[in-house]
Design a protein around this ligand. Structure first.
Ligand SMILES: *Cc1c(COP(=O)(O)O)cnc(C)c1O
Length: 390
């Protein structure tokens, strides 16, 4: 519950989630165990990857991705300047250097393949892509670059659970699920994501060697798990490498197993709402709606519009707030943060422009079309009044 008339996002939780939590409470086992295992299997089936490894959040997933791919000291990791700060922070955490590449443009605020290529040096080890708002990046071009220069490819797929990428070429375009498009993909199940469980994450990969490494790193570098010892399958363990405790617990895994079967319908509902937003707002003079002509299936995580000026963005956000409508912005350009100033060399002009004008509007599966209409009405009304005043 929130004080907003129309919040930015909202859970779609009901009796099934309560029953799932109760099932775990009655089972007598709270930490990583059978619910986590089942969630991993069900998630891998859904994404179509050989492996899914559950972790405690999306940031831990990114950290383990770098560790398993042996990204570290003196390595450079090319990544988008428009992203949540987690991938950049984890790059620094493993001792590597983030190199920020610019986005394609205001209509397509995902990392530009030409900007990736421009930033490749002898130190480049990996590329991180982020499927902004749930819309897959230009993966055909990016995969070609990673193969050509022998770079690891990590998907920050935290916005994009359930999204499909379409490779065009030949007669019929061929689709592939996000989570299959690089060496490793990282998902988040934070409260406001498309598959919310509070805190949680998942790593997917089709490589057996990486999967094994990731499982060991997730739990202290130990060769056996607590659950196996609890069941009498093992009574001791070896420590083969220096790991972490990034395990997911049974309660959250059970919530994930309850939310996962609802995801496709929720994403389809998000799509309907996004199409309605686009129809109502596309003629707003000077405003840009990213991904309007997107081919493929987005996860429709965010509804973002780009104002003609920074000033108009803040005026409109203010008017919406006065009317009980919550907005946000995704994201400030990372190279402009204080902590990242020492990594801010490259060209990030389009990223800075996007960050200075992007506005995120409410979007969640239980949102009504009347609520979309109310947001649009208030936005258009604010634009008209501000334009007349100017
Ligand atoms: C949410 C998010 C993360 C971090 O996930 P947590 O589960 O909050 O740690 C990383 N990248 C992106 C793009 C995100 O949206």
């Amino acid at each position: 519950m929130s004080d907003w008339q129309i919040p930015l996002s909202d859970l779609n939780y009901g009796a099934a989630e309560s029953r799932a939590v109760e099932r775990v409470l009655l089972s007598g086992w709270l930490s990583m165990g059978p619910e986590v295992q089942a969630f991993e299997t069900e998630f891998a089936d859904f994404i179509g990857t050989r492996h899914a490894i559950a972790v405690c959040n999306g940031t831990a997933a990114l950290h383990l991705a770098f560790c398993a791919l042996r990204v570290g000291n003196t390595d450079e990791v090319i990544q988008p300047a428009v992203n949540f700060v987690a991938a950049a922070n984890m790059t620094v955490a493993v001792g590597a250097t983030p190199v920020f590449a610019d986005i394609t443009g205001l209509e397509e605020p995902t990392i530009a393949p030409v900007e990736i290529e421009r930033n490749i040096s002898s130190k480049t080890r990996a590329v991180v892509v982020m499927h902004y708002g749930g819309y897959p990046c230009n993966m055909a071009a990016i995969k070609r670059l990673c193969e050509k220069y022998n770079l690891a490819l990590i998907e920050d797929a935290c916005h994009a659970v359930g999204a499909h990428y379409l490779y065009s070429g030949g007669n019929a375009p061929v689709g592939e699920m996000v989570g299959n498009l690089g060496d490793i993909a990282c998902f988040s199940f934070f409260s406001n994501k498309n598959l919310p469980i509070g805190e949680g994450g998942m790593i997917t990969t089709n490589r057996d060697d990486l999967a094994q490494e990731l499982r060991i790193l997730r739990s202290h570098g130990m060769s056996t798990m607590t659950w196996d010892r609890h069941k009498g399958h093992a009574h001791s363990y070896e420590v083969n490498t220096h790991g972490y405790n990034y395990r997911l617990d049974e309660i959250r895994a059970a919530l994930g197993r309850t939310q996962l079967p609802q995801l496709s319908a929720n994403n389809a509902r998000r799509k309907q709402l996004v199409l309605r937003y686009q129809a109502k707002l596309s003629s707003c003079p000077g405003w840009t709606i990213p991904f309007q002509n997107f081919a493929g299936d987005s996860a429709y995580h965010l509804m973002v519009v780009v104002a003609p000026t920074t000033e108009l963005r803040s005026q409109v956000a203010h008017c919406l707030r006065e009317n009980g409508i919550q907005t946000s912005m995704h994201y400030p350009c990372i190279s402009q943060f204080k902590a990242f100033a020492r990594f801010a060399h490259g060209n990030t002009n389009k990223s800075q422009l996007f960050s200075s004008r992007a506005l995120t509007l409410p979007l969640f599966p239980s949102m009504s079309t009347d609520q979309v209409d109310a947001v649009c009405f208030n936005l258009l009304d604010a634009v008209e009044r501000e334009t007349q005043r100017a």
